[in-house]
Design a protein around this ligand. Structure first.
Ligand code: IVH
Length: 667
């Protein structure tokens, strides 16, 4: 073996060990600096000697920037769920049922954490990770191998010995609390919607199309189920301990419990101890240890009889209502909010909780000074779940919904069929005006840096910006003398305003705050209409023919463009040079001559979206499903078996990406 190859292998093996020490065992034996130096040396060697490259080298964990769609694949063993229980008694009854089914044989029970993330199935062949698949519908799931490869605690190449040549291991992908808090803080800063809980954040992250972004988010994974033909042991616990030796993260909480009293103790212990864990858990799982007994017990249609979940109770606190306030949002909707005596709940102090709308307030029949129950389940947003009426103060009055806007005094209106009251004073109600400006300048809209909640209030109170059209009349001189403003911040805003002239048309549509038109709808409307002028003149029927636009949204769009102030603003935005036309699809050639092409699988040179654009730019049609009329299948790796079979049956030529790129290339 050449010296280079030998060094590469040494480095890979050492880095794999150090990764395992760091991410699985939590006990690194070298400094971060030493680790980075080794990684750099390996990267350099691999770049200079591409013949020794290996897709599973530790250097490839960072993820590439290629955008790829997901292919689906069938599970080898169906991915079932677990039956739930909510009390120690129910768990005890399950143990008894198991024992009866085993004709009196006493089962050893394994207790483990129920991790609150998203389940994953990994397939290993000859000790190497070959595929990672989500649960999907239980029968088939999305192939997310590239994203899973970025999770540093997952071994790409197994450690130790004794693993079957082919096996599956299942576990839960989680986003640790620390990473979850960091991600949400970042999203809040960027004005992106925050994740309600680590479970949503983990599954959302796993489905991102950009593995580099997945790598940045800090996912982790715990494993709890080994499947295959030649497993090392005849029981679940020993198999998991073996898996731990191969490099998988298996929770230290996994324990063998020899009788019911031990099961009860385990529940009592983890009911509180789980709060110290670095990841979210929503319960415990109990499993029959012996694989022979598991086989005997079998499955129901939905879940194994040899396992059961025990769900933790949501944390609940009781606290006194100080007063109910009423928030007015940018669209004018009024939300009642319970302001509470501060109370500690799952590690955070809760002072406010939404009461959502008048109907919900009435259901609880909230009285002044009531003792309220507040809960935080898997959610980070606290909920009012009830009133302790026994503690109601004598003579306490019912809290009523306001009849007038708390911000501008206008009488509130409630439209038929709607739960919310709203303030119709669109052009005179301060939080609505500043809210629309804040939305307009937001990251995902016009992205004008430097105008946040505070600035938009100052701009409003000084009369500089009372609607979105005013933004483009701002100058450095007007800004720099404002309170708490300097030349620097004024320049930053002016630069943001300048850059916003290039923001694409669909984001301009989203920025307008048309009721009912969110980001996705704005994109569809912008693409179909093609220009602002066309959009302003579309009829109800034309609007309704756009995907996602129903009669309600169509009416709202028409109404928006009928309001004189909106029309004036639009003209001012046009004069300011904003993008009022959708980008035209590029036309490069007619080499594909109207041919229908379906895209399937995962590609390495370009993303699926790029191939779609190329097909259209060269005069072809990108179609969604295979039929007799399809001319070609442009196939990447892992094309779905059903599609492949159908294409072969219909005799449709299957071409790979190199062939396609040749077809559209200049002669
Ligand atoms: S065993 C056939 N063990 O809970 C049984 N599942 O409600 C396979 N989960 O889909 C599941 N921690 O995503 C098992 N220690 C654990 C678990 C666990 C979390 C999840 C898993 C499963 C869901 C069932």
């Amino acid at each position: 073996m050449s010296d280079v190859k030998q060094r590469i292998e040494e480095l890979r093996s050492a880095l794999n060990t150090h990764n395992h020490n760091y991410y699985v065992l939590n006990s690194p034996t070298i400094s971060d600096r030493q680790f980075d130096d080794m990684m750099k040396e390996l990267e350099t060697l691999e770049i200079n000697h591409p013949q020794y490259d290996d897709p599973l080298s530790p250097t490839h964990r960072v993820g590439s920037d290629l955008t790829k769609g997901f292919e689906q694949t069938g599970h080898i063993y169906r991915m079932l769920s677990l039956a739930n229980t909510y009390s120690v008694e129910e768990v005890d009854q399950w143990v008894e049922r198991v024992q009866t089914s085993l004709e009196g044989e006493r089962p050893v029970i394994v207790g483990e954490m129920k991790f609150d993330g998203t389940s994953i199935s990994l397939i290993y062949e000859h000790g190497r990770l070959i595929r990672a698949v989500t649960r999907g519908d239980g029968e088939k799931g999305d192939v997310v191998t590239d994203n899973v490869k970025t999770i540093k605690s997952i071994p790409l190449v197994l450690h130790g010995t004794g693993w079957p040549d082919f096996f599956e291991i299942r576990g839960e992908i989680v986003l640790p609390w620390k990473e979850f808090d960091r991600l949400n803080a970042e999203r809040e800063f960027n004005e992106e919607p925050i994740f309600a809980n680590p479970r949503n954040a983990a599954s959302g992250t796993l489905k991102l199309l950009n593995p580099a972004e997945v790598a940045r988010r800090g996912l982790d994974a715990y494993f709890y189920y080994l499947l295959g033909d030649n497993l090392p042991a005849d029981n679940h616990y020993d198999n998991m301990m073996e898996a731990r030796r191969w490099g998988f993260k298996v929770s230290d909480a996994m324990t063998k419990l020899y009788d019911i009293t031990k099961v009860d103790k385990y529940i009592n212990h983890w009911d509180t101890a789980r709060k110290e864990l670095p990841v979210a858990t929503d319960g415990l799982v109990f499993k029959v240890n012996s694989l022979r007994q598991q086989l005997n017990l079998g499955f129901t249609a939905k879940s194994p009889r040899w396992a059961i979940a025990y769900k933790f109770k949501a944390e609940r606190a009781e606290t006194r209502l100080r007063f109910v306030s009423f928030d007015v949002g940018r669209m004018g909707y009024v939300t009642p909010v319970a302001n509470l005596e501060p109370v500690l709940l799952s590690g955070t102090v809760v002072k406010r909780a939404s009461l959502h709308n008048e109907d919900i307030m009435r259901t609880f029949d909230i009285h002044e000074g009531d003792m309220l129950y507040v809960e935080k389940g898997g959610e980070i947003i606290p909920k009012i779940v009830g009133v302790n009426t026994a503690e109601r103060l004598p003579d306490a009055k019912t809290v009523r919904f306001v009849s007038h806007c708390p911000e501008c005094g206008a009488p509130l209106v409630r439209q038929e069929g709607e739960a919310a009251w709203f303030c119709p004073n669109k052009w005179g109600c301060p939080p609505q005006i500043t809210g629309r400006v804040e939305h307009f300048v937001g990251r995902r809209m016009m992205n004008i840096d430097g105008i946040g909640e505070e600035t938009s209030k100052i701009l409003y109170s000084t009369g500089l910006v009372t609607n979105i059209g005013d933004i483009y009349d701002l100058t450095i001189d007007k800004l720099k003398d404002l309170e708490r403003f300097g030349e620097k911040s004024a320049e930053r805003i002016m630069q943001g305003i300048e850059d916003s002239r290039h923001v694409p048309f669909d984001r301009v549509v989203y920025a307008l705050s048309i009721p009912g038109v969110g980001e996705t709808t704005a994109k569809k409307i912008a693409t179909t209409a093609g220009s602002m002028d066309r959009l302003m003149n579309m009829s109800q029927t034309e609007l309704e023919s756009i995907e996602d636009v129903g009669p309600h949204i169509a009416e709202s769009i028409i109404e928006y463009f009928n309001v004189p102030i909106n029309r004036q603003n639009i003209e001012r935005l046009r004069a300011a040079g904003l993008q009022f036309e959708a980008e035209k699809a590029q036309v490069l050639s007619d080499r594909l001559n109207g041919k229908s092409i379906i895209i399937s699988g995962v590609f390495s040179h370009h993303s699926r979206d790029e191939y779609k654009k190329m097909i259209e730019a060269h005069g072809g049609k990108n179609v969604g499903s295979i039929s007799k009329k399809t001319d070609y299948v442009l196939a990447g790796d892992n094309m779905g078996p059903a599609k492949l079979e159908k294409a072969q049956k219909l005799g449709i030529p299957i071409i790979d990406e190199d062939t396609f790129l040749k077809m559209i290339a200049d002669e």
